[in-house]
Structures are given as C-alpha cells and as structure tokens.
Design a protein around this ligand. Structure first.
Ligand code: BTN
Length: 243
C-alpha cells in the first residue's frame, strides 16, 4: 500500500482528499514533517511543528452506511490508544470521548474523521491523526500548556516517530479487519475499557443545549449513553464537549 511522505503541506487532510478523489486505494497514507494549516475538530487549529510529531491522514473505503462513520472514529481512537500504550509504556494513556487521547488529563493526540457519502453510503473516509510525539514546552503557545502535552514531555525522552507510526498501522489493520468481519461489538468493549470519560460528569450537547451529564457507556451504534439530572439516559451522537 502506498505511503506518501511530504516535507511541508498545508494539511495532510487536503492531500488525502485529493488522492481519494483520484481513486487512491484504501490504506493510502499521507505523512508530513510539517503542516502549515493543520486543522482540528470544530474548526480549531492544530499545531504541527516540523519533525516534532506524527501528522498523517489515512484513506479508507469502508462498505458501510453513512450513519456508522462514528464507529470508525471510535475504532481509530482504540487503535491509537493501544499503539501509544505500547511504544510509550508505562504511560497511562486514555480516551476522552469521542476521540481525544489524554495523559493525566492533558491532550497528546487528536483524530479528525472527514467523510464523503453517496446515496447514504460512505464513499471514502479520511482519518486524520495528529500525535504530539516529541514536542517541547516551547512548541506550545502559552494558552495550551496546561491542557496539552507530548509523549516526550511525559516520558522524559524522545521517541522514534517511525516506530509510533508502525505501531499504529499494526493496531489499526488488525482492528479494522476484525471490525469488518465481526461488527462493532468488540470495539465498543475495548473503547469502554480504555475510556477516561465514563462515570464522570461532563458538559454534553443535547437536543436541549449544553447540559451536564454522566457518560455510562456506548450503545451498539457507537453513541455515548449519558445520564442526566432528571434521571433520563439518552444517546449522544456528536458534541462539543467542555472540560
Ligand atoms: C482534534 O483533536 O481536534 C483533531 C486533530 C487532528 C489533527 C490531524 S494532524 C494530521 C491531519 N491533518 C490535519 O490537518 N489534521 C489532522
């Protein structure tokens, strides 16, 4: 499968979208040393300094209905969490719903899934993954220093980025193959076991606006089940979460 390495790009997402439109095969991976306009969820910026992290986008062509795209986000988070726990042992890395990876409450990695659909089926999905591997304190703007960290800052030593990428690909391939064969059930259990969001109240976006709810697990579709003050348990599909 093709791996496309770039020095500097605006965003690996843009390159991957273009390749996918040009019929790139599933598994095509775009990696860049630096991104000048890396993007995060909710229109946020993603800082991507040269040579300090893993900035990559994976082209997927799942034969799935549009509604289950969120399952792929959860699968990607599980694969990434398992990969990072292996290369950065003994760091305790956990998943914050839906797909941030945290160490001691600070973010080290984020996932951005962008999909296109045709007649309610997924045409292709670009899974964007940013991992703050070797960033140092000075790489972060002041306002991020309390909420973001890197594997290097937490471990006290730099890591080989190629090993981080290889570990992710191994985990992802294994989970993605099993998911296509067996469905979402086991991803759901793995996600719940790695989650740091369960049983802790958090702000969640509901039909009635932002409300404090307590996540208790995932349902079989991948929605987050949360209990609210009025006693109701409802599925949350996507949300801007606040700490
Ligand atoms: C988030 O946590 O908000 C998601 C961050 C995703 C960042 C990655 S880095 C590689 C890919 N290219 C981008 O522009 N964004 C994603």
């Amino acid at each position: 499968k093709a791996i496309k390495l770039h020095d500097s790009v605006d965003s690996t997402q843009n390159i991957a979208h273009r390749l996918a439109e040009d019929d790139a095969l599933e598994g095509t991976l775009v990696i860049a040393e630096q991104q000048t306009s890396g993007r995060g969820r909710m229109g946020r910026k993603w800082i991507s300094p040269t040579g300090k992290g893993v900035w990559m986008s994976l082209v997927l062509r799942p034969k799935l209905p549009l509604q289950v795209a969120s399952q792929l986000t959860l699968l990607t988070a599980v694969a990434l969490c398992r990969a990072l726990r292996t290369v950065a042992a003994p760091l305790e890395i956990g998943i914050k719903w839906p797909n941030d990876l945290l160490i001691n409450g600070k973010k080290i990695s984020g996932i951005l899934l962008e999909s296109t659909a045709e007649e309610e089926r997924l045409k292709y999905v670009i899974a964007g993954i940013g991992i703050s591997v070797n960033l140092e304190e000075s790489d972060y703007p002041q306002e991020l220093r309390d909420i973001a960290t890197s594997l290097r800052l937490e471990l006290g030593r730099p890591l080989d980025r190629a090993e981080v990428i290889a570990s992710f690909i191994r985990e992802f391939e294994q989970l993605y193959t099993a998911y296509q064969k067996d469905g979402f059930g086991f991803i759901r259990s793995l996600w719940e076991a790695l989650s740091v969001s369960l049983h802790k109240p958090m702000q969640l976006k509901t039909a009635n606006g932002m409300q404090i709810g307590t996540p208790i697990g995932l349902d079989e579709s991948g929605a987050l089940l949360a209990t609210f003050e009025n006693g109701a348990t409802i599925p949350i599909f996507s949300a801007e979460t606040l700490p």
